[in-house]
Design a protein around this ligand. Structure first.
Ligand code: E4P
Length: 216
């Protein structure tokens, strides 16, 4: 499973990237706004040290606006993926961009039908939002499972990004359900390697070591 970081915070990405665990980055307008910095500047700074796919989202709502923005964004760095919303205009733009060889990530997917449409439109990535589905009492992980089956049934090449991840259970279940990628908020990532029993085990080993008999 590939790990993307779901953040626009350059320092956070830099810190975690040094572990060699970051395969790519996803951003969205809310994450960019949180940084209070210029969109292009943030994306280009990330592209300066992350060589995997970096999703940057359009804010236009018509296909004309989306395409105009997309052609600009796609030029910012060689590894840019244009993120588009799951709408009729978004599907049109996805098809047009895929025909030009520009990578796309169709976002805000909440049903298997939406995922199928995005994959048929030629999306490189499709992003089901599992946390937001769980928030409304729906089975987010079930959606990942269904999408994986649909892509397999028809030999479609889109990759599933498990998005809107809230806790490590989501990462584990998304991996079991066959998501190709999990995009994870930076603050959550350390909980993937931390466990209180690991910390307690280290403390016990060290105290036993300190208390060993001389010459052993
Ligand atoms: C995915 O690409 C989105 O940026 C993200 O996962 C949304 O997550 P949220 O529901 O926590 O805002």
């Amino acid at each position: 499973m590939k790990f993307f970081l779901d953040t626009a915070n350059v320092e956070e990405i830099r810190r975690i990237a040094r572990l060699g665990l970051v395969d790519g980055v996803t951003t969205n307008p809310s994450l960019i706004a949180k940084e209070g910095r210029e969109f292009k500047e943030v994306i280009q700074e990330i592209a300066g040290f992350i060589h995997g796919p970096i999703s940057a989202e359009v804010i236009g709502t018509t296909s004309e606006e989306m395409l105009m923005e997309a052609f600009d964004i796609a030029d910012w760095a060689p590894n840019i993926v244009v993120k588009l919303p799951m709408t009729e205009d978004g599907l049109y733009a996805t098809r047009a961009l895929s025909e030009k060889g520009i990578k796309t990530n169709v976002t805000l997917i909440f049903t298997a039908a939406q995922g199928l449409m995005a994959a048929k439109a030629g999306a490189t990535y499709i992003s089901p939002f599992i946390g937001r589905l769980d928030d409304i009492g729906t089975d987010g992980i079930g959606l990942i499972r269904d999408l994986r089956t649909i892509l397999h049934n028809y030999g479609m090449h889109a990759e599933i990004i498990a998005a809107s991840i809230r806790h490590i259970g989501h990462v584990e279940q998304a991996a079991l359900a066959g998501a190709h990628i999990a995009t994870i908020p930076g603050a959550l990532l350390p909980s993937l390697w931390k466990h209180p029993l690991t910390d307690a085990g280290i403390a016990k080993f060290l105290s036993d070591w300190d208390g060993r008999k001389p010459n052993l």
